[in-house]
Design a binder for this molecule. Structure first.
Ligand code: MN
Length: 332
């Protein structure tokens, strides 16, 4: 017996979003820099749903679509880099993006267009004209599922696949506490609608490049344990990029190995910006009780309680020291 699709949350007011989408003629869907499976999956699913209603829709991300998500049906339609058609859109929908700056677009990109901000980060800055921000959701992709139901639009196999990829990646394969019974029921509905868990997993998790594997071993070799075993640190330096030929996409998921060590409560991943060697991207993962969202916020960043990040400028040693002090405060 098939489950009848029900929304994950039925108290979310999608009507302002639906009205704005109905009124718009040219819609751009965008997610954050260095996009993850959630941003991409939400974007792909909403793209299919909106184009099937006859809207003119384009997708554009500063960093395009990572290789491991290229299997999604409309991945080839996502533009990257600078947006070359100012004034084209009358509506822009930002997905899974906690702050305007994380879109990586110049202010002029948004001239004159209405902005809808759909996201599940508690730290969201509410930068849209319409904001649907709800941290109860495990993924922005799950919000798009509820939006599709609210639109009374059909859930196609392609959209179900994209949403499954979004939910799978943002719940760390249904392992985080955000993977509630309702999320498992949602997954069942997605599978019944045509999402295939194993092929999706193979594409996302079992398609690592050889260069990426070399980077993994080089990174794991940098592992440091601090705070009497409660924090684990790994690093990506310019040397590692140079010696392995890997790129920033190959760093995806490495931090989970640091968190996986017994007794580690906070994992820290520090990587150099590919374009600016004095800029450091820092990711945090919490395991049981540490709130790394607060930790990242104390360093000017943001995110979720169990996954967050920030960007710091400076020399490596100083940056590490600053982060170490913040982690010390979190671990008490
Ligand atoms: Mn997300």
């Amino acid at each position: 017996m098939k489950m009848s699709p029900t929304p994950l949350f039925n108290d979310v007011d999608w009507q302002p979003v639906i009205d704005a989408m109905e009124r718009a003629e040219h819609i751009v869907l965008i997610t954050h820099c260095n996009p993850d499976g959630d941003g991409i999956g939400a974007q792909q699913a909403l793209y299919e749903t909106l184009t099937s209603t006859g809207k003119q829709v384009r997708m554009h991300n500063r960093d395009g679509v990572p290789r491991i998500y290229q299997f999604l049906e409309y991945a080839g339609k996502v533009g990257r880099g600078d947006w070359q058609q100012p004034q084209w859109a009358d509506l822009i929908i930002a997905l899974d993006c906690g702050a305007f700056g994380r879109l990586g677009m110049p202010e002029s990109f948004f001239n004159g267009a209405k902005m809808i901000n759909i996201d599940h980060h508690a730290s969201n800055k509410l930068f849209g004209d319409i904001n649907v921000v709800d941290a109860r959701y495990c993924a922005t992709g799950a919000m798009i599922y509820d939006l599709i139901l609210a639109m009374q639009a059909p859930l196609t196999a392609s959209a179900a696949t994209a949403i499954y990829a979004a939910v799978m990646t943002d719940t760390a394969s249904f392992r985080l506490s955000s993977a509630t019974p309702a999320v498992y029921r949602l997954a069942a509905c997605l599978i019944e609608a045509g999402a295939e868990p194993w092929p999706i997993s193979v594409n996302v998790y079992e398609s690592r490049s050889l260069a990426g594997m070399k980077m993994m071993t080089a990174c794991l070799d940098t592992l440091e344990i601090k705070h009497e075993g409660k924090s684990a640190w790994i690093y990506v330096t310019e040397d590692i990029y140079r010696n392995t030929g890997a790129d920033v996409e190959d760093t995806e998921g490495l931090i989970d190995y640091a968190r996986s060590i017994d007794g580690v409560e906070v994992a820290v991943f520090i990587r150099v910006d590919e374009h600016d060697s004095s800029r450091w991207k820092i990711s945090f993962r919490g395991k049981i009780w540490a709130n790394v969202g607060h930790l990242a916020a104390s360093l000017g960043g943001g995110g979720h309680a169990y996954a967050a990040g920030c960007v710091l400028q400076g020399v490596f040693h100083d940056v590490c020291e600053q982060v170490e002090q913040a982690v010390s405060r979190t671990l008490g």
